[in-house]
Design a protein around this ligand. Sequence first.
Ligand code: 8OZ
Length: 356
Amino acid sequence: MTETLFTPTKLGAIEIANRFVMAPLTRNRAPELVPTEMMIEYYRQRASAGLIVTEGTQISPMGQGYAWTPGIHDDAQVAGWRKITDAVHEAGGKIAAQLWHVGRVSAPAILGGKDPVAPSAISAQAKTFDGESFIETTTPHALSIEEIQEVLAQYRNAAEKAKAAGFDGVEIHAANGYLIDQFLRDTSNTRDDAYGGPIENRIRFLREVVETVVDVWGPGRVGIRLSPWSNANNVGIDSNTAELFGAVVDFLNTQPMAFVHLVEGQTGGARDWPEGGIETLRTKIAAPYIANNGYSHEMAEQALADGASAVAFGKLFIANPDLPERFEKGAPLNEPNPATFYGGGAEGYTDYPALA
Ligand code: 8OZ
């Protein structure tokens, strides 16, 4: 049987009705950092995706990098997310929470006056948004070994909270220059202890996060997102990206992952990487593979033919709540409006029309 975007499958233990994944999309519509009623409607509208991966949800207050992003670390947030998972399940969909810690991509204005944390005290020299304007990220505090243990405990708590909120699984956000990615790369990690130096040390934090979250969720419910050749948030490209991420994949192949999800090229941008880089890396991945970045219908079918299990669409799902139906019918697509991507109300959020 030829597999298409419309063929059901399993991502680990998560059964999905089709190969459409709604990519994680930061939308900054939780002013109290708790999911809102409008967010229930937004996710419900998109439940025809085989799997929704939520927007990044910070695992702790120190994991937040932008105004109005929802968390997954306290009981009010669990109650808010529970309404969303119930709505998606009632509509026949599946939903995984994206567990996020921004590390150095933050500033005291967002962290109650505290400095952000990171593997090393190296500024991202990137921008974030504090609710009023775009501001510079500041030089982070380098985590001590004890503080790393505290962050792992925050991952455990968030993983447990996601389970309590009724999600089908979780995606560990290890992409886009945030905390886990900061530990991986030699551009952002200059530690000389067990978490820095050789590749095996720089992947230690990722290993410990994955083992912690898998311990909570069990086999086939934990996925991970990586962006090997992306310079998102000015993280810098590791001096040996192929070997670094090859070692990450070798480790992931020892774990009962639900899926591995790669941003192919620059996050939300060009599909560029050194020749053969992504192609070689993806063939090493033992878990179901989710391809992402700028996919059209035609490109997505080709990715499945090349062995991907599913394809994640971002901007297309922002503007087309019924994207699977539109692809199936060859119907026209709504255009996304970038002016309403981050923050604001229902406009550009829940008001994109479905097909009549
Ligand atoms: C866009 C704006 C803010 C955050 C990422 C979570 O790049 C994000 C993000 C994207 O992974």
